[in-house]
Design a protein around this ligand. Structure first.
Ligand SMILES: [Fe+2]
Length: 243
């Protein structure tokens, strides 16, 4: 299984606070049968080159630490780009700003986060402009934006335009935020399941832990093992350029 969104690296954003927490999150991932994680620190346009340097250095160190700890977890570079009202052109032009291996660089997607409470009509401009620049777009946790439940047709339009939606695993946990959210996420999967991805969006091992258990349970029960494999394996492999 591939976790498409995790704040695993220590001290780079509001995710893991130190290396011991990072290893706890890695262990949670492995215990939940996650084989690959896309490492997605928060980034904004102002600090992008420095953040990417820091990400790459910490990923190298983490690979060594995972090996020392006997944990088998593939790390794939990524970031969660905060589109704060400006165009995403700076991020598009910055090497290493997409999610995936350099060997697939032309096709690698960008994981985009929007301000909460954003006017979704504004959001569509940023997303479409990114797509027009030839970059596959993955919208991070759409279920967390205001109006998600009432605007299902808006998200269907994004899918119609070829964009991808990344749902957080814990949002499938009934009643955690809003009882209607899991229902709408399942409707969107039913509408276009091969443009949906899942991530833990883990920040810490206690309150926002790693693993994809909640998504796996709900998606498997609604769409069977094949449906879950498509979302947790085939689609992310295709997007990330993995064999
Ligand atoms: Fe995140």
């Amino acid at each position: 299984m591939i976790d498409f969104h995790i704040h695993l690296l220590p001290g780079i954003d509001d995710g893991s606070r130190d290396w011991s927490e990072t290893l706890l999150l890695a262990r949670q991932s492995c215990d939940d049968d996650v084989t690959h994680v896309v490492v997605t620190p928060h980034c904004m346009r102002e600090n992008l080159p420095l953040k990417l340097q820091e990400r790459d250095a910490k990923m190298d160190e983490l690979r060594n630490r995972l090996s020392d700890a006997g944990l088998s977890l593939e790390l794939i570079p990524g970031l969660e780009y905060y589109a704060d009202g400006h165009s995403s052109s700076i991020a598009i032009e910055q090497p290493g700003s997409r999610c995936g291996l350099p060997s697939n660089s032309e096709h690698n997607p960008m994981l985009i986060e929007l301000p909460f409470g954003v006017d979704l009509s504004f959001a569509s401009n940023v997303l479409f402009n990114t797509q027009l620049a030839g970059v596959p777009v993955v919208l991070a946790h759409p279920e967390r934006y205001a109006g998600f439940v009432k605007r299902i047709n808006f998200f269907k339009e994004l899918l119609d335009k070829g964009m991808y939606l990344q749902f957080n695993s814990r949002s499938f946990k009934s009643g955690l935020f809003n009882w209607a959210i899991p229902r709408v996420m399942l409707k969107l999967i039913d509408y276009c399941g091969n443009q949906v991805l899942v991530g833990s969006d883990a920040h810490d091992s206690q309150f926002r832990p790693a693993g994809l258990r909640h998504a796996r349970e709900k998606i498997t029960s609604a769409f069977g093992v094949r449906g879950w494999e498509e979302i947790s394996q085939s689609t992310p492999r295709r997007l990330l350029g993995l064999q």
